[in-house]
Design a protein around this ligand. Sequence first.
Ligand code: S3P
Length: 449
Amino acid sequence: MSGHGEAIAMVARRGAALRGVAEVPGDKSISHRALILGALSVGETRVTGLLEGQDVLDTAKAMRAFGAEVERQGAGAWSVRGVGVGGFAEPSEVIDCGNSGTGVRLIMGCMATSPITATFTGDASLRKRPMGRVTEPLALFGAEAYGRKGGRLPMTVVGAVDPMPVRYATPMPSAQVKSAVLLAGLNAPGETVVIEREPTRDHTERMLRGFGAEISVEQVPEGRLIRLVGQPELRAQPVAVPRDPSSAAFPVCAALIVPESNILVPGVSQNPTRNGLFTTLVEMGADIGFDNPREEGGEPVADLRVRFSALRGVEVPPERAASMIDEYPVLAVVAACAEGRTVMRGVKELRVKESDRIDAMARGLEACGVRVEEDEDTLIVHGLGAGGVPGGATCATHIDHRIAMAFLVLGLASQRSVTVDDGSPIATSFPVFEALMAGLGADIARVVP
Ligand code: S3P
């Protein structure tokens, strides 16, 4: 899986309306953090609803390599016995984070202020992604990093023996960078401060507070300022992982573009740092009901009732990008099925995800008969209206789960089928995608060679 195994070509065809209930798995960001914070705590953290995708399983393995006891007790039910802040042991093996940028960057953060050395690697996609964005701030704590040209994996990080606290303004909107600095700050004396110009997902801050760290957030003229008091004793906590809004995005968008669909997607996060896609879809004219608002696992959630809708293109404001950064591929698909053009600006971070997502979406959409425009920081999709996309192409997924799922969703609403060259990376974030979509009546199948 995640680029190590056999490629699995998959094909999606237009068929019946989508109906039923889509219970999507646990949130990937929160699942990584539950294992990591559990490993840095004293006592036993019991996690329920953990996403058992390959990315998270790789983080579980890594936490064992640093000395935590991590055990699976049942479906989504995991126990972590932590080593406490500063208690990480030096791993005797290379840490392979597979496809996961979140995994590797957060783990680098939490070992960088301990006097240990670790070597990290990943699959062909992760080995292309920039690590300098985390090793630069980690150097301010006193850590050293030795990687391949351009700050690429494999990379060895030598943790600081006498870490200093840090004040750091993130140069790009990135929850991974922010989180790496905060996790490093845990084992530094004094106060570590991170300032982010635009808010990014705040799960690390919420969960650190839940595990007993002293952490405060205030709005200052430069943005969001986060203060963390170093060397706390983190206390093990039960974590109920809510469902992943970034996974919910796929059945939600599929139902919007497949005629006569009507589905229910329960428990979708309405955390304002994650819900930009839903705001955008409503602006496009999507018929989405947000029922039963409540709190689950410390996150605001609602049940989404989604019906097929006639959509129109919109301008997505760049300041919304961070709150929907993983959802642009599937938004581009929805945009292709809307009337008029959809303009996505301020999205250059998409170029350093599991693939260059602007390029991957532009090439695949063009192959399916959709006109697109792009520049470094922008993607514009000229919509063809409901049922207007010709399809009939094979799209390259570049070891990127969200590109694969986005084009399969497009195939459900195109005139001719859409094939993806490799659906195996879907298992990194949404291992039950095929079964869940089949349960709604979608025609998605593996191509038998
Ligand atoms: C994540 C942060 C985002 C996102 C990724 C998960 C996280 O990445 O794309 O899927 O869990 O912190 P960046 O921090 O690079 O924007």
